[in-house]
Design a protein around this ligand. Sequence first.
Ligand code: ADP
Length: 203
Amino acid sequence: MIIEIVKESGPITGEQIAERLSLTRATLRPDLAILTMAGYLDARPRVGYFYTGKSGNQMLAEKVKNITVNEYQSRPVVVQESASVYDAICTMFLEDVGTLFVVDKHITLVGVLSRKDLLRASLGKQALESIPVSIIMTRMPNITVCKQDDLIIEVANKLIEKQIDGLPIVVEVEYGSRFEVVGRITKTNITALLVDLANDEVI
Ligand code: ADP
């Protein structure tokens, strides 16, 4: 109702809207505040309210395009490159994750291990304790990474494009010559974002 009035007659003052609805300005104040905050209306001092012309969909898209990785990340689970495939399988079960990151002794990211990488290695005849993860992992520089302040929508695009479950979140050290892993972002985190959006819990 308020939106209709502003659409038709904006710019219009709060006082005038209240008059049209036979309400007091004070009664209307919370509703106007919500509509302004949600982006449907805009207010200019001494001019009044006007309709922004944005659809609910447009506003949702704008909201999603502003969410960054650090708002939905998980902690990383790493194994050393010298660890065996057997150890990596145990870590995956114990830590209850689907992707492990492999690091060297300077905690530099050197590889990624997925569930299927470990399953494939388990099909061979060799003892799993004797195979180091470094020979079966996907290795640098073929690893898709992201940074804390990247947009989640960019991560989602990378996951789809590369058909993978998650990305390591990294910081560049020593002038970008190596990456250290500081987090993990997966399809599960993006599902959590979808649920928050549906519950309208994204600020
Ligand atoms: P799964 O293999 O269990 O289906 P993924 O789809 O995540 O899990 O992995 C598919 C392949 O891509 C695996 O070989 C894995 O090592 C590799 N991979 C996983 N994450 C990344 C990443 N961030 N960058 C590059 N390769 C990755």
